[in-house]
Write a protein that binds this ligand. Sequence first.
Ligand code: NAP
Length: 288
Amino acid sequence: MVDEKRSAPRVAVIGTGAIGGAVVRRLLDGGHEVTVWNRTESRTTELVAAGARRARSVREALSTAALALLTLKDYPAVQQCLAEQDTDLSGRTIVGMYTGTASEARLAAQQATALGAQYLDAGIQAAPETIGTNAATILYSGSRHAFERHRPTLALLSSPRFVGEAPEAAAVWDLALFGVWYDAQLGLLRALEAARAAGIDVVEFARTAAAQLGHVVATVPATVAELRQNTYPPGPANLTEHLTVLRHLIDLRTGRHLGDGGLPQVAARIETLVEEGRGGDGLTATAG
Ligand SMILES: NC(=O)c1ccc[n+]([C@@H]2O[C@H](COP(=O)([O-])OP(=O)(O)OC[C@H]3O[C@@H](n4cnc5c(N)ncnc54)[C@H](OP(=O)(O)O)[C@@H]3O)[C@@H](O)[C@H]2O)c1
């Protein structure tokens, strides 16, 4: 991460919400001149007091800088802001910094390149307060040239990581990573819900549940190796044994607030594999 204060090119930040505001402060600290625009103008007041320049329109903001960060709520907001452009943006880079889908990333890239700009899509694995620290991860995809050109500026926000030239790559990484968190967290919540419903001391239960989550983390490298090599050793249990446990688990989760977590679909997949004679494989075979 770049830390030293220095004179650096002007950056436009469109959207000064929680993420955008943190980005502007970090860029100012890093020595950049920053132009800001926000739909609700009052949200730029503190940033202007801190040294940013307020633009009267998205068009004006984009005209001031070679690099524009669209730190907006979602793709419709990005689409709306870019739709207001009627000028050639050749030589400029637009970064869509929002949580969105792969198809939205492709559409944003098309819209930006139609205006003559280079496009980067960004996946933000960071809370506003972590922007500019090693705890922030921001993933970028799209124009490698634009990424390399603006790497020093992007390095002020997080350790920047380029994940592919397909515009949607960062969105896929971003959503898949959120999925890891949701599946683990919701798995824990389902377990706590079932334990509490059965009158079990959830504090004591949670200690063992935490160890269980640790087993998942510890076996990540082995799981990835199995997927890459298309070999599925059974490990602690094979698919036939897993199927029995999953059916019991579906029964335990019946009628609960958080539902079965998609386990019937997993069980159906295992049944198919068992019918194909692969009941001795390990669980990774379900994703193979
Ligand atoms: N906050 C987090 O911890 C976090 C973490 C990871 C990813 N993200 C993602 O980062 C993105 C920004 O999040 P945030 O927390 O900064 O959200 P936020 O505080 O709600 O800010 C959203 C920004 O988008 C603007 N906006 C919304 N709709 C608009 C429209 N139609 N036209 C123009 N501007 C519009 C808002 O303007 P107004 O001020 O006028 O409403 C505001 O500047 C989201 O995609 C979010 O999912 C956030």
